[in-house]
Design a protein around this ligand. Sequence first.
Ligand code: FAD
Length: 385
Amino acid sequence: MSALNLPKPAWRTEEHDMLAESARAFLAKEFTPNLDRWSEAGVMDRDAWIKAADAGLLSASIPEEYGGVGGDYSHESVIAHEIAMAGADSWGWAIHGPIVAPYILHYGTEEQKKAWLPKMATGELIAALAMTEPGAGSDVQGIRTRAERSGNGWVLNGSKTFITNGQHANMVVVAAKTDPSAGAKGTSLFVVETETAPGFRRGRKLKKLGLDWADTSELFFDDMKLPAEALLGPEPNQGFYQMMRALPQERLIIAAGAIGMIERALMLTIAYVKERGAFGKKVIDFQNTQFELADMKTEATMAKAFYETCVGLHLQGQCDTVMASMAKYKLTDLQNTIVDRCLQLFGGYGFMDEYPISRMYRDARIQRIYGGTNEIMKILIARSL
Ligand SMILES: Cc1cc2nc3c(=O)[nH]c(=O)nc-3n(C[C@H](O)[C@H](O)[C@H](O)COP(=O)(O)OP(=O)(O)OC[C@H]3O[C@@H](n4cnc5c(N)ncnc54)[C@H](O)[C@@H]3O)c2cc1C
């Protein structure tokens, strides 16, 4: 089922097709019937995380020895596509699986991997990644959250905002300054298990334009005592380096969601214009509609080919910051343009909540902002000129 008929990339096997099918069936059964209710409530059921874990969707690239499925980024990419195709864009799945799990896997000590990865795989722990602060978003170096040594451990003070999974998360990777005099190089990452940590407070679940059931929130850390093992990795002041190394995958998974929504928008729109009548014809019969859709299909196909090339490179450790930034920036921009043009072909119905294209229009907007704004992506690309 696809609006874009590209040949399969070399990295995609039958196993990926089977994973796509099972993720699709899972989402249709466990998510689709609940989406309206979750949107009304502004939050998904906690239980849905556990069901997703049971279906293997939370641990695609966690190795089997740590309780995961043992795949790689290509499997995460397939799942991301299905989530977007199911219209579950509000789900903070990407933060948990393809974003936070690799932090633990790549930088954690053996004890940390054993402590956290199996619980992430079962959904016992739901992860959040807390970098952004009220005064520092794009400028990550400007964060003011501070961790100071205290005996064997640390004391954490500060606040974070716009944190995905902020209400459900019970494991938060927090960026904090450990050596403020060293600028970016004085940053460390801490893994905070919220249930065992006095001094942790969840703030508001923030009202927002889209992603209705995403529990995006403020988080506060007040004189929070952390054990030495909360520091991610064996030594402090590695945070900036750890974040920089993780960014290409974070950007690619956002691009994966963009391609998924683009395909869904095209499929829904093509079906609609074939049904909808005007002036004694179907809307598809107007040349404007055909040219619009032909143009969008062409751009989407080119974008998907580029994304799949990036996945292939990433699997070989060769998708650098520049490629990943191009994918994030260009595909999320295209996502917004295509969803807008598709909505136009729905006429007034496109503005109505009963039509998914309306929700997609709202949900698409954030893609150009989080994970590094598209302006920051262009700065990174420009450095390669
Ligand atoms: C729904 C949602 C979910 C989010 N989830 C998370 C999360 O889970 N964890 C997390 O840590 N953060 C999260 N964020 C935060 C997000 O990553 C930031 O909002 C984003 O990085 C931008 O930071 P900012 O909002 O402070 O904007 P600012 O940095 O203040 O940017 C304002 C404007 O200035 C532009 N700008 C900034 N610097 C430059 C420059 N050097 N040159 C040109 N233009 C520039 C920006 O592109 C933007 O247009 C989320 C945000 C939202 C809305």
